[in-house]
Design a protein around this ligand. Structure first.
Ligand code: ZN
Length: 113
């Protein structure tokens, strides 16, 4: 595997403010939320190439909850936004709306349906 480019160390990228917790963080560590005309909804812009304004959010459920509660996403995107953003919240590890992730085992508490 020949690497196309090797970045020496960590480069301090641009800083954005999370619309959820309002904390400033490196853009690279935040998710970009943007309006997707194709689906007429706010989506997690994984590739960060959707046009228009973007809202930045930690890949954290708590931040998403705060952002939704404050309607901060709509404010950031300057358009009325209803519901939750579409797409996976965490970088490929957490899928929204797919129920509980079975990541922990060994608890004696059985999860009966
Ligand atoms: Zn946050």
């Amino acid at each position: 595997m020949s690497a196309a480019s090797g970045l020496p160390g960590v480069t301090p990228g641009p800083v954005r403010t999370c619309v959820g917790c309002r904390a400033r963080a490196a853009q690279a560590t935040l998710l970009r939320l943007a309006w997707d005309e194709a689906v007429q909804a706010v989506v997690v812009d994984q590739r960060r190439r959707l046009p228009g304004r973007g809202a930045w959010l930690h890949p954290d459920q708590a931040c998403l909850d705060q952002a939704v509660r404050r309607k901060a996403i709509g404010r950031a995107l300057r358009r009325p936004v209803a519901g939750l953003p579409v797409g996976s919240l965490a970088m490929g590890s957490l899928a929204m709306g797919s129920g509980t992730l079975a990541t922990e085992r060994g608890t004696s508490d059985s999860q009966g349906a």
